[in-house]
Design a binder for this molecule. Structure first.
Ligand SMILES: CC(C)(COP(=O)(O)OP(=O)(O)OC[C@H]1O[C@@H](n2cnc3c(N)ncnc32)[C@H](O)[C@@H]1OP(=O)(O)O)[C@@H](O)C(=O)NCCC(=O)NCCS
Length: 150
């Protein structure tokens, strides 16, 4: 088991959030940028830095939706710390915090193999596919936890 800590981020941490978002930017991950947008994001979402071996190596964020779901709206790990089980452990921790009372969802690019495999391993299923979901002409999948995946 990988030992990680979650450290709550606040408005004063916007630069650090920007750093992690920029590092994760790719065709599949559209980062949150600009001071105002990041501060707005920090106001409306719960954002946590992921600490591994005393270094901050990524972040995870979520917000609550009206239908009782926890929507994970940001998740990244620095490239040099990937494939160590850090994201898996982070996701498990967040799911454990809500003691399985909550359901989780996330929107992902259908070609984002790492994150799709990661979520499938935690019993998420694909609910739908939408073209141009964020207005970037790229499709997205909505994936959610289910009580009984079989
Ligand atoms: C997605 C992401 C957070 C995964 O972080 P991670 O710490 O490397 O994930 P883990 O080490 O916990 O991987 C768990 C499992 O997912 C799968 N996986 C992860 N990365 C993979 C890759 N590049 N290729 C194939 N499978 C992968 C594997 O099954 C892996 O288990 P294994 O290493 O025992 O085979 C990371 O790749 C990332 O930051 N990507 C860029 C940002 C992003 O796309 N975020 C998703 C938001 S929609």
């Amino acid at each position: 088991m990988v030992d990680i800590l979650l450290k709550k981020a606040g408005a004063k941490d916007w630069k650090e959030v920007e750093f992690f978002e920029k590092n994760a930017a790719c065709k599949y991950y559209f980062p949150i940028n600009w001071e105002d947008n990041i501060k707005e994001f920090l106001k409306h979402s719960y954002v946590y830095f992921i600490v591994f071996q005393e270094k901050t190596v990524g972040l995870i964020s979520y917000k609550f939706e009206d239908d009782g779901f926890v929507y994970i709206n940001g998740f990244n790990v620095l490239p040099e710390h990937r494939r160590k089980g850090i994201a898996t452990e982070t996701l498990k921790k967040i799911m454990w915090i809500f003691e399985c009372q909550k359901k989780f969802r996330m929107v992902v690019h259908p070609d984002n193999k790492p994150v799709i495999i990661l979520y499938m391993k935690q019993n998420f299923v694909i609910k739908w596919w939408k073209n141009n979901y964020f207005g970037d002409w790229q499709p997205r999948l909505l994936i959610e936890t289910v009580d009984n995946p079989l």
